[in-house]
Design a protein around this ligand. Sequence first.
Ligand code: SAH
Ligand code: F3S
Length: 450
Amino acid sequence: MNRVYIKTYGCQMNERDSEAVSEMLRGRGYSIVQHEEDADVVLLNTCSVREQAEQKAIGKAGYLKRRLRKNPNFILGVMGCMAQNRGVELIDKLPDIDLIIGTQKFHQVPDHLDNIFKTLEGQGPKPSTIVDLENEQGSQNTIVAHNLDKRKVSAFISIMQGCNMNCTFCIVPKTRGRERCRPIESIVEEAHELVENGTKEITLLGQIVNSYGRREIPFIQGKSPFVQLLERLNEIKGLERIRFTSPHPRGFKQDLVEAYRDLPKLCEYIHLPMQSGSSKILKKMNRPYSRERFKQLVGDLRSVVPDMYFSTDIIVGFPGETDQDFELTRNLFEEIGFEMAFIFKYSTRTGTPAAILEDQIPKEVKEERNQILLSILEKASLKRNQNLIGTTQEILVEGPARKGENMFVGRNRGFRKVVFSGSERLIGELVPVKIEEASVTTVRGSLVIQ
Ligand code: SAH
Ligand code: F3S
């Protein structure tokens, strides 16, 4: 009765939260299974950023409910952003649901499940839906557990929770609450523990990582708390690569630009959300930077790291986005030459300021703009990959490739996926690979024998 399956929707933050919940549950004697059919408990860790993401999770929960009827002791829970966003209203849609767990209550999941199982063992009726959605001071410090039975070459560390920005399109400040950070020492300790277990790469997670600790931790010699954290992590012996997601253009100061020059472990890849290339739209989005400022920031980073890889988030079809506004986005997108991007069609989120703006953009227009950016992205990504042909790249080997005997996959410092013929013992190693072939998403090469 203690097999749990967790399905995760959405971003890396959600992945990390699910991982921590899994680990907390394992610590209580639950086993984590890989297929929902094998589970006594299914937990959906949900996303609310777009309507579609919520619909998917609701659809899944509805499907699982049919299973509920066959096994009255089957337990279904919804955790995370949609739980927080919709709250008890979810019970109307999903009357058989057992748990609704908010974004500051992940660490309570083991207790709640224990209680449900205790009642069931005592032959009692299944308790009515448990709803746990309060804010909890210090909850950002509870997402720390990792499975150290397995070696993880690359690991996420959640350094903060919440967001104080209020972009007009975004539901995250509602679902994730106010910004709260973890202490530097505790993050460094978590990284040490991972590295001792064989981790070579860490990715720091937060809604706006460069605002990490701004209210709690003093600047030192002009260096922000986030840069101080990066410096500390850079010192960890055995750690090879540091990444983070996502920074915000606001408050992205010279100290962070220079960190790319000064910290050898900080990889030359950055996910820097642009959202739009029109200053007018940026203003309506409540994004406190202009097209020019964004361009300048990219230039500043390139002047320190000329072959920096850039990734971004773009929203097409924000209310009031005219053809001219889109053209500004299109040409800046092309000019910067992002190698990676998440291009979103604007999705109305009830309760956000943009939801009630006039001039909502028709679906077809959003779709068309989406396709235009996607095709530019494909070209830029292919070009960047082709430029790698003939070079030797340092690859961190992650594991077997999806296809091909003895084929392995890893990434270069620029986060490009590289496939090559290798062997099991290279997993977790940095190896030189000479690049021979390139497609839009993947490059292939051969191990350079030293
Ligand atoms: N600060 C976070 C952003 C979280 S939301 C980060 O940078 O990691 C992730 C992305 O979803 C945003 O950057 C934005 O491009 C997109 N997004 C948010 N709300 C949206 C909406 N209502 N419609 C479409 N895309 C949205
Ligand atoms: Fe959302 Fe803007 Fe914060 S995109 S997460 S409100 S920076």
